[in-house]
Structures are given as structure tokens and as C-alpha cells.
Design a protein around this ligand. Structure first.
Ligand SMILES: *Cc1c(COP(=O)(O)O)cnc(C)c1O
Length: 338
């Protein structure tokens, strides 16, 4: 089976597992896991933030950020395609008692005028506009990338309006690879950033939330009440350290392979539309709803159906050049005719 459903399907390599086994660990609820501390400090330093917090998922890092930055009667602003809105079980209401207002961005990307339109005046009958959440890359937008300047101008606007700005950077390293920038180039733009190491970077588990010291202190408490205080979690942090040291440099390979898939799709008459491919995500629309996940499964390829006719393929660490060749041939077989 070739699994293109998501870049979350990667499995830890032998070298990563060996690194995990040798990690020095301790009880992190007592603040005594040296490997975990090393990861939190490393990621914070990479992004020019004061502190970091390791969590089991990107959903948790996003939800903790919302909880820490808001109170009930507040409202957050996200895009209609955002992960926070679509795939986090409505957590903003469940955990934080806040409402949500949505931009209709360009492939999930917000602009200052779009946000400006949604910021509410201070009336009794309206919630308080409190926080803006960007996503880079935008998963449901086909892996679209915000440039540094675009993020900066939204941040400047938020600071001027006294709004908190959070980045869901589940795939921020994919964005940085395309932009040819470093994590440190994001320093000062956001109040908090959530970074996933279990996506394209290939760790089995792990996300890190970074921000100011006081914010991380509060977030640690919220993580505990959510049941996310973990004991010898250095074994997981070791996988993340390994991933950051070994798997960031190769992300452009995933992007090149995604591009080849997109080019092949564009030549297929059974394909109605391919979203612009900037990173490792390919989203396309087929003419015939019978030619999505099941049709590919017959050829031993797993893809993610997004709707009746929308399909997502994501390239990743465990998707090789040989697998790419097989996928390109199969696309032709399945979709060459409408
Ligand atoms: C995957 C993802 C997350 C976090 O997902 P988890 O499965 O909870 O780790 C958050 N935001 C985006 C954009 C994602 O793609």
C-alpha cells in the first residue's frame, strides 16, 4: 500500500527509534525530564520565543493557546478552511466558551481587509474580538503559504487593534522551506505558535507551543487540567529532536514530488481542477465521483476524500521516488478519461 492520506502516517525510522531508546528521561510533571526540557528550549530558541511547551497533539497546542489567550464572551477570528474551525471538534466552544467568526480567504489565506471587516465594535450585544488565528501552511487550502511580509502586515494590524495573533504552524517548516527562510525570521510576529513534529518531520507524536514565559506558564497549567501532563515523555521528545535535526532539510523533496503529481493530474481529462501546489499537499477535483478513494484503493494507493469529488494527496518522508513512479502511472490509469 502507498499511503498518501496524510503526512501523519509516517513511522519512526530505525535510527529515530534508537535515538529514542537512548534518551535520558525523568518525570516531567515534576519538571525533571532533561530531554523534554531540551526540546522545549530548542524549539523556543529556534523561533525566537521565550519558552516552549511539549504537547501530544497540534489540536492540544492550538486549544491551549485559545484557552490561555481568551475568556468567555471573547471571539476568535479564523478562516473558513482552518484546522481550528474544521477539525478540532469545536474545541473553542468546549474548552474556552468563545465564539468564532470566519474569513473566506484565498485558499484559506486571510488578508488585513478581510480581518478588519470582522473586528467588532465595543457594544454590549456583541462579543469581544480578541484573537486572530492564522494557519501556515493552510492544510485545506492545498498547503498554501503565507509570505513573511503577509504575516507581518496581519500582525501589525492585530497589534494596532489590540488583538492577540496566534499561528497554527502545524506545517510551518514546509512553509519556511518554500520561502527559503528560517524559524527565527518569525520572531516577534506572533504571540504564540503551534508547531507539529508528527507531520512532515516524521516523529510519532508531538507538538510544541511557543510564546512568552508567562503565557507558557499558564499553558502548562491548562495542559495539566486537560490531562496532558506526561511523565517520562523525554522518550517522545527525543523523536522530535531527531526529527528536527534530520528531517527538516529534506522537505523540499516532498514538495517536488507533490508538484510532479499535480503536473500529471493536470494532464488527466478526468480531473476538473487542481489547487495550486506550493508544498506537499495536492488537492484536486475529479469529474466522476466514482474515481476517488475507492478507485485508488484498487491500485493499492490510499488517498483522503475531502468531499464527493475532492481528493487530497500528501507527500511525506515515507513516500519514495519508486512510489511516486507508481502513483504517476496509476493517475493516468484512473483519471485519463472522464
Ligand atoms: C494536523 C494539523 C493540526 C494538529 O493535528 P493533530 O492531529 O491534533 O496533531 C493542526 N493544524 C493543522 C493545520 C494541521 O494540519
Amino acid at each position: 500500500m502507498i499511503d498518501l492520506r496524510s503526512d501523519t502516517v509516517t513511522k519512526p525510522s530505525e535510527a529515530m527509534k534508537a535515538f529514542m531508546l537512548n534518551a535520558e528521561v525523568g518525570d516531567d510533571v515534576f519538571g525533571e525530564d532533561p530531554t523534554l526540557k531540551q526540546l522545549e528550549e530548542k524549539v523556543a530558541a529556534m523561533f525566537g520565543a521565550e519558552a516552549g511547551l511539549f504537547c501530544p497533539s497540534g489540536t492540544m497546542t492550538n486549544q491551549i493557546a485559545i484557552k490561555a489567550h481568551t475568556q468567555p464572551l471573547d471571539e476568535i477570528i479564523c478562516d473558513k478552511l482552518s484546522h481550528i474551525y474544521n477539525y478540532e471538534t469545536g474545541g473553542w466552544a468546549f474548552h474556552s466558551g468563545v465564539s468564532i467568526r470566519l474569513t473566506e480567504g484565498i485558499n484559506g489565506k486571510m488578508t488585513v481587509p478581510m480581518i478588519e471587516e470582522l473586528v467588532l465594535p465595543d457594544f454590549d450585544w456583541l462579543p469581544n474580538s480578541k484573537m486572530v488565528c492564522l494557519e501556515n501552511t493552510v492544510n485545506k487550502g492545498g498547503g498554501s503559504v503565507y509570505m513573511i511580509d503577509e504575516m507581518k502586515s496581519i500582525s501589525d494590524f492585530c497589534r494596532e487593534k489590540n488583538l492577540i495573533i496566534h499561528l497554527d504552524g502545524a506545517r510551518i517548516f514546509n512553509a519556511l522551506a518554500v520561502l527559503n527562510k528560517q524559524a527565527i525570521d518569525l520572531a516577534g510576529i506572533f504571540d504564540s505558535i503551534s508547531i507539529c513534529i508528527s507531520k512532515g518531520l516524521g516523529a510519532p507524536v508531538g507538538s510544541v507551543l511557543v510564546g512568552k514565559k508567562e503565557f507558557i506558564k499558564k499553558s502548562r497549567k491548562i495542559r495539566k487540567v486537560m490531562g496532558g501532563g506526561m511523565r517520562q515523555s523525554g522518550i517522545l521528545a527525543a523523536a522530535c529532536l531527531y526529527a528536527l535535526d534530520n528531517n527538516v532539510k529534506r522537505l523540499h523533496q516532498d514538495h517536488e514530488r507533490a508538484n510532479k503529481i499535480a503536473e500529471a493530474l493536470k494532464r488527466c481529462s478526468g480531473v476538473k481542477k487542481v489547487l495550486p501546489v506550493e508544498t506537499n499537499i495536492v488537492i484536486f477535483e475529479v469529474e466522476d465521483s466514482a474515481k476517488t478513494a475507492e478507485a485508488f484503493a484498487k491500485h493499492q494507493i490510499r488517498v483522503q476524500p475531502f468531499s464527493r469529488t475532492l481528493v487530497r494527496m500528501v507527500t511525506h518522508l515515507d513516500f519514495s521516488e519508486e512510489m511516486l513512479e507508481k502513483v504517476l502511472v496509476t493517475l493516468e490509469k484512473v483519471l485519463a478519461t472522464s
